[in-house]
Design a binder for this molecule. Structure first.
Ligand code: ADP
Length: 251
């Protein structure tokens, strides 16, 4: 059986007195690209916070790389690109090099000097996202899509085996979205990085991901892409709680 990078069993979670996740069973197999979709307020970000250990479940258990959460310490294996990453304004006083180097501070500590090896690592991560030419550019001068590539490079410097992305295409202009997906595909297929991506872009994700998970307090669907695509409009309307028209993207 394929190794499980994340396994969640019977997890529930409540904010103050509002239950937002209920009886969640969810696994992420090694090498998969999981698209996490569902309506606003459905609990996607909360589920990610639980996986990152930022919140603790009321019940149930979470294992990361086969280890129970309370014994897991190899956090460098998990890279995270948040939805709020995309907020550097024009004039923000940091270069691309400096932003990517922040991904190494967990490893080497703040204000320590970078060795040649660290610098190589930063250049290599920028090469992976095709942004090496911008290494000394100010981050605020880049477009939304370019900034998002830089945030991915920042998480790549610690050699993650799982990359978690929370709505990474927000702020990426329409014509660069496919290029962004191609980059994620490359990281998944060529470098074997397992992906968990939250998105509202249900059209594209159902073409790109290997697995789809639909969350609306409970996990309504979790399975392979082909199984998701065979769901009917009625099934999906139940998930979203309102009428859904399926838009097919046949290429
Ligand atoms: P999604 O990412 O699917 O939009 P969230 O996980 O952000 O959903 O939110 C799930 C529910 O939990 C929402 O109803 C939201 O208002 C609520 N919520 C999120 N964060 C908090 C918080 N820190 N305190 C209280 N309620 C919260």
């Amino acid at each position: 059986m394929k190794e499980k990078i994340v396994s969640i069993e019977n997890v529930s979670f409540t904010y103050e007195n509002k239950k937002v996740l209920e009886n969640i069973y969810f696994t992420i197999p090694k090498g998969s690209f999981v698209g996490l979709i569902g309506p606003n307020g459905g609990g996607k970000t909360t589920l990610i916070k639980l996986i990152l250990g930022l919140e603790k479940p009321d019940t149930g258990s979470i294992k990361l790389f086969g280890e129970p959460m309370n014994r897991f310490s190899a956090w460098n294996k998990i890279g995270y690109v948040s939805q709020k990453a995309n907020t550097f304004n024009k004039g923000f006083p940091a270069t691309v090099f400096e932003v990517v180097s922040m991904g190494l501070t967990a490893k080497i500590g703040y204000l320590k000097f970078f060795t040649r090896k660290h610098k190589e690592k930063i250049h290599q991560a920028l090469q992976q996202v095709d942004m090496e030419a911008y290494v000394y550019e100010n981050i605020g001068n880049l477009s939304g899509g370019q900034q998002q590539r830089i945030f991915i490079a920042r998480s790549l410097v610690s050699d993650p085996e799982l990359l978690i992305l929370d709505e990474p295409t927000v702020g990426v202009d329409h014509k660069n979205v496919q290029r962004f997906y191609d980059l994620l595909d490359q990281l998944n297929l060529k470098q074997g990085i397992t992906m968990l991506m939250v998105t509202h872009d249900t059209g594209t994700i159902t073409e790109q991901a290997t697995h789809i998970a639909c969350l609306n307090k409970t996990l309504y669907f979790h399975g392979k892409r082909a199984e998701y695509k065979s769901l009917t409009e009625k099934d999906l309307s139940q998930l979203y709680g309102h009428q859904v028209n399926i838009v097919k993207h046949d290429h």
